[in-house]
Design a protein around this ligand. Structure first.
Ligand SMILES: Nc1nc2c(c(=O)[nH]1)N(C=O)[C@@H](CNc1ccc(C(=O)N[C@@H](CCC(=O)O)C(=O)O)cc1)CN2
Ligand SMILES: Nc1ncnc2c1ncn2[C@@H]1O[C@H](COP(=O)(O)OP(=O)(O)OP(=O)(O)O)[C@@H](O)[C@H]1O
Length: 284
């Protein structure tokens, strides 16, 4: 874990920069399925600040802090041995595959992991979701990301096989817009039933629900759109579960956030599940 204190000069510096606002952090966790080392209390963040209230300088400071933190985590990930990664990949995927909340989910959004980017492997989970049920075809629907442009537009398209994927310019597998018959793939924002579970990648996380992405704003924008749609339709919100190597779980208060950062509901690491939000505490 990257810690505040002697571990890293950069992280210590982060704590002295202007504080980000507002925090999309869940206030309190009521129980844990996992015991992690006790962390220092995080600095409190103004509760009701709006993005409009955030000065350009503060927004820039947050962006700079995020960029520095990404570099630091990237270094920590590169230092993990292939054996350590493989062992965590297996533990994380088994935890998910054995959970009732995964088994009960019918509509799932998930990322296609990229080993080059040192992302937690999702291949076992994807294989399970795509495995045909003998009587009813696919028991679960799977939607995966496709980047449409550099302007934070990402769609989640339905696939039925890993053969539906092709490498994009960032070397990440993603679905083509059209299927093999030339028909447009179904987009999750147009689906007739709600997403139950969304498995998220990220660069860093904490136990209050903060998530640091790769800096594209793709997931935050998609999640905002999906959450608005679910509200309009009167659907339950999907459970947002991030997958994390141990070194990506940071001490509370270190990940800077702004008003567009969408908090996660739960975190899965090789040590188990950390439910964070009230929705996660109810379902996990
Ligand atoms: N597997 C996976 N699929 C995904 C995402 C993801 O994070 N993981 N995305 C989530 O947004 C979107 C793609 N966005 C991406 C954004 C940056 C990079 C990337 O290669 N970043 C480099 C740094 C590049 C730089 O700083 O110039 C890196 O992180 O090392 C890849 C994908 C949609 N699909
Ligand atoms: N819903 C949104 N509406 C407008 N701008 C947004 C939204 N979400 C993110 N952004 C902008 O996108 C840029 C990148 O945001 P940020 O650094 O938080 O991305 P990230 O969380 O690392 O990436 P991702 O969301 O893809 O995981 C920022 O300038 C941010 O203000």
């Amino acid at each position: 874990m990257i810690k505040n204190g002697a571990t890293s000069l950069m992280v210590r510096l982060l704590l002295h920069l202007p504080r980000p606002a507002p925090s999309p952090t869940y206030r309190r966790r009521h129980r844990h399925l996992l015991t992690l080392p006790q962390l220092r209390a995080s600095p409190s963040v103004p509760a009701a600040a709006s993005s409009a209230a955030m000065s350009t300088a503060a927004a820039q400071a947050v962006a700079d802090q995020k960029r520095a933190l990404r570099s630091e985590v990237r270094r920590a990930l590169r230092a993990l041995s292939p054996e350590q990664r493989a062992s965590e990949d297996q533990a994380i995927q088994n935890t998910i595959l054995n959970s009732t909340w995964f088994k009960e989910s019918k509509q799932i959004c998930a990322y296609i992991s990229c080993a080059q980017l040192r992302e937690v492997d999702t291949s076992k989970i994807l294989a399970e979701v795509l495995s045909p049920n003998s009587e009813h075809g696919h028991a679960k629907d799977l939607y995966v990301p496709r980047v449409e442009d550099k302007n934070r537009n990402m769609r989640m398209l339905k696939i039925t096989s890993m053969d539906d994927l092709v490498k994009n310019s960032m070397n990440i597998l993603e679905p083509s817009s059209l299927d093999g018959s030339g028909n447009a793939r179904e987009e999750v924002l147009s689906a007739s039933s709600p997403v139950d579970l969304l498995l998220l990648p990220g660069q860093a996380f904490d136990r209050t629900g903060r998530r640091l992405g790769r800096g594209g704003g793709y997931y935050d924008t998609f999640l905002m759109r999906y959450q608005e749609l679910a509200k309009e339709k009167g659907w339950d919100q999907p459970l947002l579960v991030a997958l994390s190597y141990s070194v990506q779980i940071l001490e509370e208060g270190i990940i800077p956030v702004n008003s567009t950062d969408v908090p996660i509901d739960a975190l899965v690491s090789s040590s188990g599940i950390i439910p964070i939000s009230p929705a996660a505490l109810a379902r996990i």
